[in-house]
Design a protein around this ligand. Structure first.
Ligand SMILES: [Zn+2]
Length: 463
């Protein structure tokens, strides 16, 4: 399966300038192509073909004085920017026609220099290389220092350089992992009820308390936000304050992701099949519960379970959200009618007394097993995810982590990472990326920073 390996990179000032220029060029090409397609649409003309667009907004544009600077950056990056536009359109049309499930996808929008996330992608054609000294060589950018937190398992097919709202830079490599990473079979299967009183309740009776990271940080965020509004619009001080807010948000998100990774790894390790109730998170997010829902981050969590199941040969399935899991007695199957949220436990006429959430989790397990035996629930499609730095390593101070955007994640469905076909020259594949230079032990975990992802040393089950 294809996975992303994300690492923090630390470009030097001149490299940051070169990156900024490349971000800008990629943005201009994207916007020019988008405008061209929009204009064609308004005039009732057919959409220009990919080749035509590429010629118009890249090749011919370079020859004009207004766009001559496009020639100063890697052509592959510009091609990949067009590929992004194509993907965006493809997802939009698939959503309109209903072939794409889930939330409606909006048509592509113009990119702005003020966007929170800037990204450019280099494919093999761009001849990026990981050097023996551990630096990442990018054409027309330079040799970027990378903090390798693990080894790449194979030669990457592309690398995306991302600058986030907090001003941090990341390199995200796409790597095709070996087919068989299947873990030894586990004897148990589990149903999971996701909720607000507990983050997750498992059918074996385990209750996982919801972390309230965002709430704890809310005060600080509010203070920082207030600082922004006091600053004069457009001023440098305001920009600095905005970055501070972004950093605080990033810290909270990283902490939550770390915690969820440990929990999902433990659940996948311990169970052969995992079933969760497919919550309507988008719907709940618009209600009064929005803050708690956002805080809980269920969709990120179920996405982790999904891709880890696919990776390690486990079964994962979502249960129809209309299954009345909280109304059904898991002992006798009787549907006892809706119960308000305040009812934490109830007794069925058959005599069984149930904890509301554990009973629901048991029903999720039963529904999942029934679906699975009908072969309906067995389909596994990896979702988009970010993985932890130390995938299976307990991180005692996760709550203080600020860096866990690094790690492994699965590709987003429909994500376009195919190499561009602009370069037809054949060449030997680049040497496999060198192993991480002997890295110092992480002062925090005592674990070496390099080495393959450890999945045999799983973390503790979270409390
Ligand atoms: Zn009953």
């Amino acid at each position: 399966m294809q996975l992303r390996y994300n690492f923090r990179v630390y470009p030097e000032p001149s490299q940051r300038d070169a990156l900024a220029q490349t971000f800008g060029c990629a943005r201009v090409v994207f916007n020019d192509a988008l405008r061209a397609r929009r204009t064609a649409h308004e005039h009732g003309e057919p959409y220009p073909s990919d080749g035509e667009l590429s010629k118009r907004v890249i090749t011919l544009a370079k020859a004009t004085p207004e766009r001559a600077w496009l020639g100063e950056v890697s052509a592959v990056v510009l091609q990949q920017s067009l590929a992004d536009l194509n993907t965006a359109y493809r997802n939009f049309f698939a959503s309109v026609t209903g072939t794409r499930k889930g939330r409606k996808v909006a048509p592509p929008r113009l990119r702005s220099r003020k966007d929170n996330r800037q990204a450019i992608r280099f494919t093999r054609n761009a001849r990026f290389t990981v050097l023996g000294n551990g630096r990442l060589r990018l054409p027309k950018i330079g040799d970027l220092p990378v903090r390798w937190s693990r080894q790449l398992p194979a030669e990457p097919s592309s690398v995306t350089i991302i600058k986030d709202a907090a001003g941090r830079y990341f390199a995200s490599f796409v790597v095709t992992t070996k087919e068989d990473e299947t873990l030894p079979a586990a004897g148990s299967e589990v149903g999971i009820d996701l909720g607000l009183t507990h983050f997750a309740v498992l059918s074996d009776g385990t209750k996982v308390t919801a972390p309230k990271f965002l709430r704890q940080a809310a005060r600080r965020l509010a203070r920082l936000q207030k600082a922004v509004s006091r600053k004069v619009k457009g001023s440098n001080n305001r920009k600095k304050a905005v970055v501070k807010v972004a950093r605080a948000h990033a810290r909270v998100a990283d902490t939550r992701r770390d915690w969820q990774h440990k929990l999902s790894t433990a659940i996948i390790r311990d169970n052969q099949a995992v079933y969760v109730e497919d919550l309507c998170v988008a719907g709940l997010g618009r209600t009064r519960l929005a803050k708690s829902v956002h805080d809980a981050g269920w969709s990120g969590f179920t996405g982790m379970l999904e891709y880890k199941a696919a990776r390690y040969g486990r079964v994962f399935a979502r249960i129809d959200r209309f299954t009345p899991t909280s109304q059904t007695c898991s002992q006798c199957g009787r549907i006892d009618g809706p119960k308000p949220l305040s009812v934490r436990s109830w007794t069925c006429p058959c005599g069984a007394t149930h904890d509301r959430d554990i009973n629901a989790a048991k029903n999720v397990l039963a529904a999942g097993q029934a679906d699975n035996s009908n072969d309906r629930g067995a389909q596994i499609r990896p979702a988009s995810m970010s993985a932890p730095r130390h995938e299976a390593v307990t991180h005692p101070h996760a709550a203080r982590s600020t860096r866990s955007v690094e790690g492994i994640s699965a590709l987003q469905s429909g994500e376009d990472v195919k190499p561009t076909k602009t370069s037809t020259e054949s060449r030997p594949p680049p040497p496999a990326p060198r192993a991480t230079p002997p890295a110092p032990s992480s002062p925090r975990t005592g674990q070496p920073r390099s080495g393959p992802p450890r999945r045999t040393a799983p973390p503790q089950r979270a409390p």
